[in-house]
Write a protein that binds this ligand. Structure first.
Ligand SMILES: Cc1cc2nc3c(=O)[nH]c(=O)nc-3n(C[C@H](O)[C@H](O)[C@H](O)COP(=O)(O)OP(=O)(O)OC[C@H]3O[C@@H](n4cnc5c(N)ncnc54)[C@H](O)[C@@H]3O)c2cc1C
Length: 461
């Protein structure tokens, strides 16, 4: 038996097991850095596939981007030092304290993203969930997976006169989903033509109607309305490259221009400076929303005395997501509480770290300078594309992995100083992993991904 002091750094690292909770963009980047130094990593993911927002947040007409980014995740998670445990949610299937105290991990890294829809915070309104009220994460999950044979999720029907409360890039995709669904159904019923979703998405509603020499009235479609609490130019569709007044103004111009392009191409309506404050109901049925007009004073939103009602049978809330709270972790508002002056050390624990914007709340969408710089180049080159969300996401995920890289390099320095687990602990760890993998029917990463990647709609249409 070799003496401990004769072990190489690599051999010592290999005795350390690190838990990573969430195997998507942030988690897989951490895995990559850890396995590069021969650490062993156990990746827990609540879903079958470790693709996070790429699989269930991004509408599937972005499938090329999804596939490019998930291929990278697969490369990182198929490393021989990785133990992937899918369909295992920390906080539900295993408690955080068990992971922290009973397994023998040298360190735990939280990369669980933002999976809880931000609440609309209107008293008692959530009683209408899936009965007139739909939150964004559930809507995109339905839209992305409803074509699958074994689909067991919620079933939705897009209705006329829908209201969408939002304003970010993701809410523009929600508007596209509603219009695509309504037009696809109407063209099928009235013209007998089954148009595929990708065709409508690419071509645009205006062009499809022209092609069929028809219009929304003739198709009896009443378009949805996007209601935003600020003005169009304040929408976070484009971030300024820096905080100079000139570039902030430039960003506002582009945001407004982008929205106009979407309004023109996807033919929905837009109401600015309005916030939902109440709802209308008849016989326990959702009948519409009450809004309050807002005014901006020195950038601060002030409610006015003016209110108005919008009659509707469907409201979709698209106001962003926040991290789901895990028991025995401390939160400050919506974000995980970190140790003072730390970008990643979790409050109340040693060797517990958090990575990825959604968890740390550090660096949200609007602050992505790099994104701002890219978009400006596009403006200058006049190649302003509609797919602002893809532009943003590519830059944003790059920023996330950049931040993760920076944090994990420091985290690794912390781990290196830790006591090496005993052979007994390592053996116990390996059997715990094997039991959990067996429980969910997991054999190896490659065959698991192959067996659990659903049929893709782009391969059906
Ligand atoms: C359409 C869209 C909307 C977006 N909206 C937001 C937003 O509102 N707010 C924001 O900050 N960022 C948002 N983003 C940005 C997004 O967070 C990043 O693009 C990127 O996905 C973050 O990667 P991640 O790995 O940190 O998190 P995710 O991609 O969210 O991955 C987290 C992973 O952790 C797993 N997981 C979660 N909880 C647990 C648990 N308890 N146990 C085990 N596994 C778990 C999930 O299954 C998932 O695989 C959005 C992105 C898109 C495409």
């Amino acid at each position: 038996m070799k003496n401990a002091e004769n072990f190489t750094r690599n051999e010592i690292n290999n005795k350390h097991f690190i838990a990573v909770i969430g195997g998507s963009v942030s988690g897989s980047e951490a895995v990559n850095l850890l396995t590069d130094q021969n650490f062993r990593v156990v990746v827990f993911d609540m879903n079958e596939l470790p693709y996070g927002k790429l699989e269930d947040g991004l509408p599937n007409w972005h499938h090329n981007l999804r596939d490019r980014q998930t291929t990278v995740i697969n490369e990182k998670l198929s490393h021989k030092n990785v133990y992937f445990i899918p369909k295992t949610k920390i906080g539900r299937d295993i408690t955080f304290d068990e992971i922290k105290n009973d397994w023998g991990f040298s360190s735990v890294i939280l990369a669980n993203g933002a999976w809880k829809d931000r609440d609309l915070s209107i008293n008692n309104f959530n009683k209408f969930i899936d009965k007139g009220l739909i939150y964004q994460n559930a809507l995109i999950y339905w839209f992305n997976h409803k074509h699958e044979n074994n689909y067991k999720g919620p079933k939705y029907t897009m209705k006329n006169n829908a209201i969408v409360v939002g304003g970010g890039l993701a809410s523009l995709d929600v508007m596209k989903i509603i219009m695509i669904e309504l037009v696809q159904t109407a063209i099928k019923n009235k013209k007998g033509v089954a148009l595929n979703m990708f065709y409508i998405e690419k071509k645009g509603i205006d062009a499809v109607l022209a092609e069929f020499n028809t219009n929304l009235e003739a198709l009896e479609i009443e378009p949805p309305v996007l209601v935003y609490r600020r003005n169009a130019e304040d929408m976070p569709l484009k971030s300024p490259i820096d905080d100079t007044l000139e570039n902030i103004e430039k960003a506002k111009v582009v945001s407004k221009k982008l929205l106009e392009k979407y309004l023109e191409k996807y033919m929905f309506k837009f109401i600015p400076t309005s916030t939902p404050i109440g709802y209308l109901e008849e016989n326990d049925t959702f009948k519409g929303m009450v809004f309050q007009k807002m005014k901006s004073v020195n950038g601060k939103l002030i409610p006015t005395a003016e209110t108005f009602e919008l009659k509707s049978e469907l409201l979709i809330s698209s106001i962003g997501s926040i991290p789901e709270k895990i028991e025995n972790l401390t939160y400050q508002g919506d974000s995980l509480k970190l140790k003072d002056q730390s970008e990643y050390s979790v409050y109340g624990y040693s060797n517990v770290f958090a990575i990825g914007n959604a968890v740390t709340g550090k660096g949200n969408i609007q602050e992505s300078k790099q994104h701002g710089k890219q978009m400006t180049e596009k403006i200058i080159s006049q190649h302003l594309t509609e797919d602002a969300l893809e532009d943003w996401l590519m830059v944003y995920n790059k920023e996330i992995t950049g931040q993760v890289k920076k944090n994990v390099v420091s985290i690794i320095e912390d781990i290196k100083n830790l006591k090496v687990p005993s052979e007994k602990v390592i053996l116990a760890m390996e059997s715990k992993i094997a039991n959990l993998q067996k429980k969910v029917g997991y054999k190896d990463y490659e065959s698991w991904i192959k067996e659990h990647t659903p049929i893709r709609i782009e391969n059906m249409e």
